[in-house]
Design a protein around this ligand. Structure first.
Ligand code: BDR
Ligand code: CA
Length: 314
């Protein structure tokens, strides 16, 4: 079967790294490029981490570098969850390959043109690269088939009580993507916090015994505690790793274990709660226009089984 072409736009970051390790083995999607953006850590690290992990995996996929900062705001980082350089203090061999000779937005556009409407994007960092691509090439909206976005928070926040990190970092970029007319699926925190793996479950990955799965297991175990102190990262007391970005990737690959609903989705761009995603999904009053899909839940056990099954291909 022909696997659907995707670009992964990311800010590695431990869970972006988890997603990239899984992406090589996906069954229904094929990664045609990785684009890096400023997010969890500065762009110089996210692009280096994207290069380093793909090379480590023997994953022959071009990497392009994108935005160094959000559209209109100062950069915000999440080093407390990802470590100063994004790998929770782990090291990968220095990459020998370089980023391609085009900025992420130009690379995305060129690939979209080449693929004549078949390109899909899995966006698991702030949406700055995609927004710049849409502003520079308005016709791109008719060339991208679907965007899968890790972002937003309906009931719970992480970067602030009201906001999720990726959307909080660049709300104006998110707004442009939500209003672009491109069909999109939003995987918010409320969903991705369901797709965790526990300290007991990760043992099975450790036992797989090769360098790729070992790296996955090691970075996942490190993410189970905050980088700065040995506190469980999850509020519910479960010692586990929230696999936010893998959740979004695996939804793009096969949505059969997820529930989702068409609804209205947008984001606040002013005031104290700028970056707060809004939806009519759970409201009595419904918006007149539905512009996207909210992914609401996942069968967690089945999700962990899929992670095992993809990793076991290494
Ligand atoms: C999202 O923000 C980043 O810290 C993670 O990589 C993920 O994409 C979770 O809010
Ligand atoms: Ca990310």
């Amino acid at each position: 079967m022909n696997r659907r072409p995707i670009i992964i736009d990311c800010d590695p970051g431990y869970d972006d790294i988890q997603a990239l390790i899984l992406a090589k083995q996906c069954e229904n999607v094929r990664v045609v490029a990785v684009t890096a953006v400023s997010g969890n850590v500065a762009l110089k690290y996210t692009e280096k981490n994207a290069l380093a992990i793909t090379e480590y995996l023997g994953f022959d996929v071009p990497v392009a570098s994108g935005a160094e900062r959000p559209l209109f705001r100062d950069p915000l980082f999440a080093e407390e969850h990802h470590g100063e350089e994004g790998l929770l203090g782990m090291n990968l061999p220095e990459p020998s390959k370089k980023v391609v000779d085009k900025k992420a937005w130009d690379f995305i556009y060129d690939i979209a043109v080449e693929l004549k409407g078949e390109l899909e994007i899995v966006a698991v960092g702030p949406l700055t690269n995609i927004a710049i691509a849409l502003m520079k090439y308005p016709e791109l909206k008719d060339l991208v088939k679907t965007i899968y976005i890790m972002g937003g928070a309906i009931l719970s926040g992480n970067s602030r009580f009201s906001t999720e990190f990726n959307i909080h970092v660049d709300p104006e970029a998110a707004k442009r993507v939500f209003e672009s007319g491109i069909p999109f699926y939003l995987c918010p925190l409320d969903l991705t916090r369901q797709s965790y793996i526990t300290d007991e479950e990760i043992v099975k990955v450790e036992e797989m015994g090769n360098k790729e799965t070992k790296f996955f297991a090691d970075i996942t175990k490190l993410s189970m505690v905050t980088f700065s102190g040995n506190l469980p990262q999850r509020k519910d007391g479960i010692v586990g790793s929230n696999m936010h970005d893998p959740c979004t990737l695996l939804f793009a690959d096969d949505n059969s274990i997820f529930d989702f609903e068409e609804c209205y989705i947008n984001v606040e761009t002013f005031g104290k709660n700028a970056g707060k995603t809004v939806t009519d999904c759970y409201s009595d009053k419904q918006a007149e226009v539905k512009n996207g899909y909210l992914v609401k839940s996942v069968d967690r056990k089945a999700f962990v089984e899929r992670v095992y099954s993809l990793l076991s291909k290494y």
